[in-house]
Design a protein around this ligand. Structure first.
Ligand SMILES: [Zn+2]
Ligand SMILES: [Zn+2]
Length: 290
């Protein structure tokens, strides 16, 4: 597998044609911490012959280990440094190093994550074990992503957009798959443009703003995620990153008041088919998926 980094501006021209079989599996959809319903943020993207973990929040590594798919990983992408998206990286690095050393996985992330991971290595490295002296540096070597640029992992293109969030955060678009993962962000005109025509894996942290302005806090409610799907003409809206997963049905109902297309809420284990074939099948069915 070849992995390289592009400095080019985001572009959807002449995309490499991929196998029509692609999917994203929800590993965890909670904001903050693991809940009874499962882990915090984590998604397993399968496309272009690759298995890529997108975000690695608390509980994700145990869920992956239990699923038997943790050994399938080819790369990791982390949207930002907040703990609910990066907290299990050290657990993953340990898993790659001990008791059996596995090949390092490239970790694509905003450069701001680098210093955080260096501190983790200082705190949790084990000086007396060669493979665990600096687990993150050796097992998950970071590839700095300049937010706003595009990069490729094998044949898979990833475009990034600066999210509206208190720390450097990248929303991601996989143009060959017609997929946007918003990561943590408020609703912005830039995000609407970035998401045009794409299936949305969109954060809907709060049920509703209840009259409060969350734009500075950098999150959306179910209402704003629904508006995003309308404005972006999305063929499918999948809500995720729930502050309280027990309220996700209500969040879904709020999105549905705005967005009349297919929508559902992310739950651990859910498999979302992607690509042209999946879009055609959804269009033929023309019914909400959940
Ligand atoms: Zn978050
Ligand atoms: Zn965050």
């Amino acid at each position: 597998m070849s992995i390289h980094h592009l400095e080019s501006a985001p572009s959807t021209s002449n995309p490499v044609r991929l196998s029509p079989v692609a999917s994203v599996e929800v590993i965890g959809s909670s904001a903050g911490s693991p809940q009874q319903s499962g882990a915090a943020s984590g998604y397993l993207l399968r496309a272009a012959g690759l298995t890529i973990l997108v975000d690695c929040g608390p509980g994700v590594v145990s869920a992956l280990a239990a699923s038997g798919h943790i050994g399938d990983l080819d790369a990791v992408i982390v949207s930002h440094e907040h703990f609910d998206h990066s907290g299990d990286l050290m657990a993953l690095a340990y898993h790659r190093a001990f008791p059996v050393r596995r090949r390092p996985l490239p970790l694509y992330a905003p450069s701001s994550l680098r210093r955080t991971l260096e501190r983790f290595d200082e705190l949790f490295g084990i000086p007396t074990l060669e493979d665990l002296k600096a687990p993150l540096r050796t097992q998950l070597p970071i590839v700095d992503v300049a937010i706003g640029s595009s990069f490729t992992i094998g044949d898979l293109q990833v475009d990034t957009l600066a999210a509206s969030h208190p720390v450097p955060t990248m929303s991601m678009r996989f143009p060959q798959l017609g997929l946007v993962y918003t990561a943590d962000t408020a609703l912005t005109p830039e995000l609407i443009r970035f998401s045009q025509g794409c299936t949305l894996l969109a954060e809907a942290t709060y049920v509703t703003a209840h009259g409060r302005d969350f734009s500075a806090h950098g999150h959306m409610s179910g209402i704003e995620a629904g508006r995003l799907a309308v404005e972006a003409d999305s063929p499918l809206l999948v809500l995720t990153h729930f502050a309280d997963p027990r309220e996700s049905a209500e969040t879904l109902a709020h999105s549905a008041e705005h967005f009349a297309g297919p929508l559902t809420r992310a739950t651990p284990g859910m498999m979302i088919p992607l690509g042209a074939r999946a879009r055609a099948e959804r269009a033929a069915a023309s019914v909400p998926v959940g």
